[in-house]
Design a protein around this ligand. Sequence first.
Ligand code: ZN
Length: 218
Amino acid sequence: MSETTRQCAYCGNSASQRDHVVPKALLPNGTRGILVPSCEPCNSAKSKSDEFLRNFFAVDYRTCKLEVTHHLRKKAEKQAEHRVARNPTRTHREPEYVPVILPTGDLVKYPTLTIDGSVLKVALEWIARGLNYHHRKFVVPEDAEIEVWTYDESGRTSFQDVSRMSGFNGPFQIGHCFKYAVLIVDDRPTFSNWLFLFYDLVHFAVAIEDRALHDVHK
Ligand SMILES: [Zn+2]
């Protein structure tokens, strides 16, 4: 045991485990990634989000043809088939068959899970919380407001301008799948912004705003 207090990076309770902030499944084999202390309930809840994120990148048209995501597709496909096999009477919601272009260029269809935007938001929130703890050594308050949005052409200019004006730490890189840049404005989290780039193709921006502090500063 280390001499430092083992606090869960996500909820602040005492931690008994370690968690990969960026889901291990998304990282290339042999990449260690970023580990933070975690309690069992958070670790367990986050692992469901991690699974969802893996499936998202397995079926996303932007990443599904990348060689590096091949192992994600295999796992997502297996899981989808398993669920159908386990619940044959509940398939009035038929599994979706999504066209995917393989690295070989072949177009195939395979069963997949529906991507729910709100679940995706939760999955990215977990990562933002974990990275915040990793860099700043405090737990994001439970009532903090976390915004997640797709980082598209229209959002690009404003986010980068803000970053340039306020000082930019990063970007940091984890393996080949995930880069992020963090913008921290204050010593304490009046707010911080995170820019997530998965596989250089899929971009999200995440803003964490500490509502309590924000109100105090008004
Ligand atoms: Zn926890």
